[in-house]
Design a binder for this molecule. Structure first.
Ligand code: THU
Length: 160
């Protein structure tokens, strides 16, 4: 029996279509990207997280000479947020990435598979969707309404 799944998402051609809080997150993610430690890949990623109390926290990718010891921007940021505010819900996550020297056409950079799994853990834990935005520096933005939309057949604690 053949079955299908599909996801819906929003696409914004440029920044001006975003709400004020989305614009703020975009700006904060861009600023965080500047501080990324990515000497090996030269691929700079910034992340901004909006909590339910309106506070915004940011982070970026942190690389290591022993390559797998580094961590993506999404996990660096969300792990810090979860470590410090374990009971505060996450509303939105905005990710901006690209090579340090941006080319004219850099597409929106989606989170890697490992980050999707990590983000999913917190969406499940808080029992409320997290809006995820990913973008390039040239203002195109993709908005996904929930992390689970990016991870069909996700694995979680219910299987344990
Ligand atoms: N990276 C992120 O920070 N987030 C992603 O979702 C994709 C990849 C980082 C990891 C590594 O430091 C660099 O980008 C190249 O893979």
């Amino acid at each position: 029996m053949k079955k299908e799944t599909q996801i819906s998402y929003e696409y914004f051609k440029n920044n001006s279509e975003l709400t004020d809080v989305e614009k703020e997150l975009f700006e904060r993610a861009k600023q965080a990207r500047e501080k990324a430690y990515a000497p090996y890949s030269n691929f700079f990623v910034g992340c901004a997280v909006l909590l339910e109390n309106g506070e915004i926290y940011t982070g970026n990718n942190q690389e290591n000479a022993a390559y797998p010891s580094g961590l993506c921007a999404e996990r660096t940021t969300l792990f810090w947020v979860a470590a410090n505010f374990p009971d505060v819900k996450v509303k939105k996550i905005f990710v901006v990435g690209g090579p340090k020297e941006l080319h004219e056409k850099n597409p929106p950079i989606p989170p890697c598979g490992a980050c999707r799994q990590s983000l999913m853990e917190y969406e499940t834990k808080q029992n409320e969707n997290i809006n995820l935005y990913f973008s390039s520096m040239n203002e195109e933005v993709v908005k996904v309404h929930a992390i689970k939309d990016l991870l069909p057949f996700y694995f979680d604690a219910t299987f344990l």
